[in-house]
Design a protein around this ligand. Structure first.
Ligand code: MGD
Ligand code: MGD
Ligand code: SF4
Ligand code: MO
Length: 873
C-alpha cells in the first residue's frame, strides 16, 4: 500500500490542495484535498490530470552545454565563470536573471539574494511583470504596501461578486465553482462579469457588461461618481482612514462613461446593483493588469471600495487574483526588479541596510533593476551580456516575442533552468540545467489569499535533475560567495521568515515570524497557513476593515485616475487582438500538452472572429487566417463566433514553436508597457487579418511524433500517438511519396485514394499489419472525424480511408468533458433524446461535468443552444 501525500497543485494561483498517491503502475493517483482551505476537495481539469502530466516524457536528464550532455560540475562552473567574468569586466548591471512565479518561495528567495545582495544588481525580474505588476503597483499606491486584503471565503459571503477582466471559469476554475455553489445555495447573490468578450464565466453572470476594451477606468469612475451622487459614500470610513477622496471624485466626475460603449440602462443597472449591496467583492485579473494603464485601472477599482469602506470586512473587498501558483510568494521575497525582500523598498536606504546586514552581504543593489521588457531590450542592445532564465519561457510569453527570441540568441551567454531542453527558450541557450519538477520538489507556495502551502516531493528527481534552490546556491558558491550553504528548503524558509520580522518592524504587512523557528519536522508537516502569522501567534484574516494602512499616516490613498483617450485602430490594422487562456492548457504547454485528454478541448491555435468580420474578410469556418502586426505574424484557425465583438479578435497564448508553425501570438504584441508598473499591454495589439492562401489543408494521425515542414502545422499528443493539422501554399505532386516522407516511413505499406485534379488525398500507412499513420488532405479544411482517426492508430486501421465512423458508430465530436472524454455530439444527442433540462441531468446521463466540473459552463451553453433551437422549431 502506497501512502498518500498532501501537496499543492502547480498551476493557477487558487493553490488547490492535492492528495497524491503513487500507484502500482509507477504513476500517481490524484484527488482534491478535502481539508485544504482553497479547494475543500475540488480540482479542475488541469489539476485532475496531474497524474498524467507527471511523466519523464520530454524531460532533460542531464545538464547540456551547446546541446551536448555535460556533467553538473562542468555546467555549473561554466555558468559561474561566465557570470563572474562578465561582472568583473562590465559591472554587476551587465548580467540578469529572468525568473518566474512558478518557482517555489525557497528557490525565489535564493535567486533574489544572489542577485541583489551578492552580485549587487537588481537586474532580477520575473514573469510576474507580465502578470501581477499592475496590481502590485496599484496596491502600493493605495495601501502603502502590496497587500491583498481579502480571503476566498469572501467570495462566498458576498452579496455581489464583480468579476472584471477575469475569465474565472477557465483560469481559476475552483474559485468559480466556489462562487457558483454559493450562488446556488443563496440565489439572492448576484454576479456581474465585465469583459469585452462573452466568456464561459458569463454563464454565471446575472449581468454581463461587454465594455469597449480598455475602458475600465471610465466604468469604475462612473461607479464612484454615482456612489457619491446617490449618497452612498461611507463618510466615516473616508474621514478616518482615507486621503485623496476629493481629488479622486473630481477626476471621476469629469469622466465620460459613454466611452465604455455601454448603454445608460446597463450603466444604471450596474450602479443600482452596487448601491443596493453592501457586501461586494471585485475580482480582477489580466483584463485589468495587462494594459498600458493597468495600475490606473487597479486604482479606479480600489477607489470605489475605499469610498464605500467595502474592504476587509467579511464578504467585502477588492480582490486581485494571482495567476501563477507562487506569484504571491514571489512578491514576498521581492522577486521583482523594483522590490526588496519581504515587501521592503529598494529605494529606502534603511531598508537596504537592514537586508544587507541580515544577509551579511558584500554589497546591495541601490537602484531598481530593469523590468522584463526593458531587460530584454538591454539584452538586444548588448548591455546585458549574461542572462539566466529560470522556470519561464520568454521566447513564447514576452511581448514582441520575435525580438526576445533574437535577443536570446545573440546574447553572449544564456543559461536556462527548465524541465525540458526543447522549449523555445531552452533551444537558444548555451547551457540548459535540468531542474526537478512538481512531484519532485519540496518547499512552499503562497496563493491568492495569502495562504502558504507545502509542495511536497512524491518521488525522486528525474535523471540527474536538481532543485532550483540547490542549483542557484551551487552557482553562488562557485562564484565565491558565502551565505549559500543551504542543505534543505526548511533552512531557507526559516531565514525568509526571520527576515519578515525585520520588515514588520519597519511597518510592513508581511510577517511570518510565527514560523521562524519551525523545525524540519514541523516544516514537513506544515498545514496551509495564512499570513500574517506573527511570533506571538496572531494571524490576520482580513486587512483594513478599520484602516491601519501601511502608509506614513496610516491612511489609504484614493488616486485621481483618468480614462486615457481611446486609441483609433490604424486603417491597415483594423482589428484589436485580445489574448488569453483556454481551459485545459497551461501557458506554453510544456506540461499540460503531455496529457492527451487536455489536448482535446482545443487541438490547435485559433482566432475568435465575429461573423460580420469573417464575412467581410471572406473567411469561412475552419479556414486559416494570416494575422500580422509590425512586430510579427501568426497563422491561426478561424473560429467564427459572436463571443467577440466586431473589430476585436481573440487568440490563446499557449502555442509555441514546439507545437505549431506560426502560433506564438505574443510575437504580434507590441512591447508597450504601463509607465507605472512596467507591465506590458498584452490585450490590445492592432493587427491585420486576411485569409491564409492555402492550396491544401490536411489532417494526420501518427503513431510517432512527426516534424512537418508545411507553412502551417499544429501538433498535439493524442491517446494513440500524435494528431497534426496541416496546410500549405503548394500542393504535392505525389501524395504517397509525400506521406512516406511526412511519416518518415520509407518501408510502410501504403493504401490510398487520391484525386489529383481536386487535390484530394487519403493515404493510410501500415507496418506489421497495424496502422501507423493516416493523412487526409483536400482543397478545403478536411472534415474527417479527428477522434475516429486517432483511435485507429495501432489497430488494423479498418475504415481509415473513409475517415469517419460507420453508421453504427456515431462521431462523439470535439471533447467537452475532459475527465470522462465526452464529446459535443454525444452531449447534444443525449439532450435531444433524453430531453435533459439541466447540467445535473447531463451529468446523471453521461457523467460529463461530474468530476472536476470545469466543463459545466460549456454544458450550460450547449443546453441553452439546444433549447433555443427547439424553441425556434
Ligand atoms: N487554464 C488556464 N488557467 C490559468 C492559466 C493558464 O495558462 N491556463 N494561467 C494562470 C495565470 S499565470 C494567470 S495570470 C491567470 C489569468 O487569468 P485571467 O486574467 O482570467 O485570464 P485571461 O484569459 O488572460 O484574461 C481575462 C479576460 O480579460 C479580458 N479582457 C481583455 N481586455 C479587457 C479590458 O480592457 N477590460 C476588461 N475588463 N477585460 C478585458 C479578456 O477578454 C479575458 O477574457 O490565469 C491563471 N490560470
Ligand atoms: N500575449 C500574451 N502574453 C502573455 C500573457 C497574455 O495574457 N497574453 N500572459 C502573461 C502571463 S500572466 C504569464 S504568467 C506568462 C507565463 O509565461 P511563461 O512563464 O513563459 O510560461 P510557462 O509555460 O509557464 O513557462 C514555465 C517554464 O518553466 C518550466 N518549469 C516548470 N516547472 C519548473 C521548475 O520547477 N523549475 C524550473 N526551472 N522550470 C520549470 C516549464 O517547463 C516551462 O518551460 O505569460 C505572459 N504572456
Ligand atoms: S483551480 Fe485547477 S489549476 Fe488552479 S490550483 Fe486548483 S486544480 Fe490547480
Ligand atoms: Mo500570469
Amino acid at each position: 500500500m502506497s501512502t498518500s501525500i498532501c501537496t499543492t497543485c502547480p498551476y493557477c494561483g487558487t493553490g488547490c490542495g492535492v492528495v497524491a498517491t503513487p500507484n502500482d503502475a509507477g504513476g500517481l493517483t490524484v484527488k482534491g484535498d478535502p481539508a485544504h482551505p482553497a479547494n475543500f476537495g475540488r480540482l479542475c481539469s488541469k489539476g485532475s490530470a496531474l497524474g498524467e502530466t507527471d511523466t519523464a516524457d520530454g524531460r532533460l536528464l542531464a545538464p547540456q552545454i551547446d546541446n551536448r550532455p555535460a556533467s553538473w560540475d562542468e555546467a555549473l562552473d561554466l555558468v559561474a565563470d561566465r557570470f563572474s567574468a562578465t561582472i568583473a569586466e562590465h559591472g554587476p548591471d551587465s548580467v540578469a536573471f529572468y525568473v518566474s512565479g512558478q518557482l517555489l518561495t525557497e528557490d525565489y528567495y535564493v535567486a533574489n539574494k544572489l542577485m541583489k545582495g551578492y552580485i549587487g544588481s537588481a537586474n532580477i525580474d520575473t514573469n510576474s511583470r507580465l502578470c501581477m505588476a499592475s496590481s502590485v503597483a496599484g496596491h502600493k499606491r493605495a495601501f502603502g504596501t502590496d497587500t491583498v486584503p481579502g480571503t476566498y471565503e469572501d467570495l462566498e459571503l458576498a452579496d455581489l461578486v464583480i468579476l472584471t477582466g477575469s475569465n474565472l471559469a477557465w483560469c481559476h476554475p475552483v474559485l468559480y465553482q466556489r462562487i457558483a455553489a454559493a450562488k446556488a445555495a443563496r440565489p439572492s447573490m448576484k454576479v456581474v462579469v465585465i469583459d469585452p468578450r462573452r466568456t464561459a464565466t458569463c454563464d454565471l453572470a446575472d449581468m454581463h457588461l461587454a465594455l469597449r476594451p480598455g475602458t475600465d477606468v471610465a466604468l469604475f469612475n462612473y461607479l464612484l461618481a454615482q456612489t457619491h451622487a446617490q449618497g452612498a459614500v461611507d463618510a466615516a470610513y473616508v474621514s478616518e482612514h482615507v486621503s485623496g477622496f476629493a481629488e479622486a471624485l473630481d477626476a471621476a466626475s469629469s469622466t465620460d462613461a459613454s466611452d465604455t460603449g455601454l448603454s445608460h440602462a446597463q450603466l444604471n443597472a450596474f450602479a443600482a446593483l452596487w448601491l443596493s449591496r453592501e457586501n461586494t467583492v471585485t475580482v480582477f485579473s489580466q483584463g485589468v493588469n495587462q494594459s498600458d494603464h493597468g495600475a490606473d485601472k487597479v486604482n479606479a477599482i480600489l477607489n470605489c471600495h475605499l469610498a464605500t469602506g467595502r474592504i476587509g470586512k467579511p464578504g467585502c473587498g477588492p480582490f486581485s487574483v494571482t495567476g501563477q501558483p507562487n506569484a504571491m510568494g514571489g512578491r514576498e521575497v521581492g522577486g521583482l526588479a523594483n522590490m526588496l525582500a519581504a515587501h521592503l523598498d529598494i529605494e529606502n536606504a534603511t531598508h537596504r541596510d537592514v537586508v544587507q546586514t541580515f544577509w551579511d552581504a558584500p554589497t546591495m543593489a541601490d537602484h531598481q533593476g530593469l523590468k522584463a521588457v526593458d531587460m530584454f531590450q538591454a539584452i538586444s542592445a548588448g548591455k546585458i551580456k549574461a542572462l539566466w532564465v529560470m522556470c519561464t519561457n520568454p521566447v513564447v510569453s514576452m511581448p514582441d516575442a520575435d525580438t526576445v527570441k533574437a535577443a536570446s540568441k545573440n546574447c553572449d551567454f544564456v543559461a536556462v533552468s527548465d524541465l525540458s531542453a526543447t522549449t523555445d527558450t531552452a533551444l537558444l541557450a548555451d547551457v540548459v540545467l535540468p531542474a526537478t519538477g512538481w512531484g519532485e520538489k519540496d518547499g512552499t507556495v503562497t496563493n491568492s489569499d495569502r495562504t502558504i502551502s507545502r509542495q511536497r516531493a512524491l518521488m525522486p528527481p528525474t535523471g540527474q535533475s536538481r532543485h532550483d534552490w540547490d542549483i542557484i546556491s551551487d552557482v553562488a558558491r562557485r562564484m565565491g560567495y558565502a551565505g549559500f550553504d543551504y542543505q534543505t528548503p526548511a533552512q531557507i524558509f526559516r531565514e525568509h521568515a526571520v527576515l519578515s520580522g525585520l520588515a514588520a518592524a519597519y511597518g510592513k504587512d508581511f510577517d511570518i515570524t510565527g514560523l521562524a523557528d519551525i523545525s524540519d519536522a514541523e516544516f514537513d508537516a506544515l498545514r496551509p497557513t495564512r499570513w500574517p502569522f506573527r511570533a506571538n501567534g496572531t494571524q490576520t484574516e482580513r486587512f483594513f476593515a478599520s484602516g491601519g494602512f501601511f502608509t506614513a499616516n496610516k491612511r489609504a490613498n484614493m488616486l485621481p485616475v483618468a480614462q486615457p483617450a481611446l486609441a483609433e485602430q490604424p486603417a491597415d490594422r483594423p482589428y484589436r487582438l485580445n489574448t488569453g487562456r483556454i481551459r485545459d492548457q497551461w501557458h506554453t504547454m510544456s506540461r499540460t500538452a503531455l496529457a492527451p485528454r487536455l489536448n482535446q478541448h482545443y487541438g490547435e491555435p485559433f482566432l475568435e472572429l465575429h461573423p460580420e468580420d469573417a464575412l467581410a474578410l471572406g473567411l469561412r469556418p475552419a479556414d486559416l487566417a494570416q494575422v500580422e502586426s509590425p512586430f510579427g505574424a501568426a497563422i491561426l484557425r478561424v473560429l467564427i463566433t459572436d463571443r467577440v465583438t466586431s473589430g476585436t479578435v481573440f487568440a490563446p497564448i499557449h502555442w509555441t514553436g514546439e507545437t505549431a508553425s506560426a502560433g506564438r501570438v505574443s510575437a504580434l504584441v507590441p512591447p508597450r508597457t504601463d509607465p507605472v508598473s512596467g507591465q506590458p499591454d498584452s490585450k490590445s495589439a492592432a493587427v491585420s487579418v486576411r485569409p491564409f492562401a492555402a492550396t491544401w489543408y490536411g489532417f494526420a494521425v501518427s503513431a510517432k511524433e512527426i516534424a512537418p515542414y508545411t507553412a502551417y502545422w499544429a501538433k498535439a499528443k493524442s491517446t494513440t500517438g500524435w494528431r497534426v493539422e496541416l496546410a500549405d501554399l503548394a500542393t504535392p505532386d505525389h501524395w504517397q511519396d509525400y506521406a512516406r516522407d511526412l511519416f518518415d516511413a520509407p518501408d510502410a505499406q501504403i493504401s490510398s485514394v487520391t484525386d489529383p485534379a481536386r487535390s484530394i488525398a487519403r493515404v493510410a500507412l501500415h507496418e506489421g499489419g497495424q496502422l501507423i499513420g493516416a493523412l487526409y488532405a483536400g482543397p478545403s479544411p478536411v472534415s474527417v472525424s479527428r477522434n475516429f482517426a486517432t483511435d485507429l492508430i495501432g489497430t488494423s486501421g479498418h475504415g481509415a480511408l473513409a475517415g469517419h465512423p460507420g453508421a453504427d458508430q456515431p462521431d462523439p465530436g470535439a471533447t467537452v468533458c475532459a475527465c470522462f472524454n465526452v464529446g459535443v455530439n454525444t452531449i447534444l444527442s443525449a439532450i435531444e433524446a433524453g430531453q435533459l433540462m439541466s447540467v445535473q441531468a447531463i451529468g446523471a446521463a453521461l457523467s460529463a461535468g461530474t468530476n472536476c466540473g470545469s466543463c459545466k459552463p460549456e454544458l450550460a451553453t450547449l443546453l441553452n443552444s439546444a433549447h433555443n433551437r427547439a424553441a425556434a422549431e
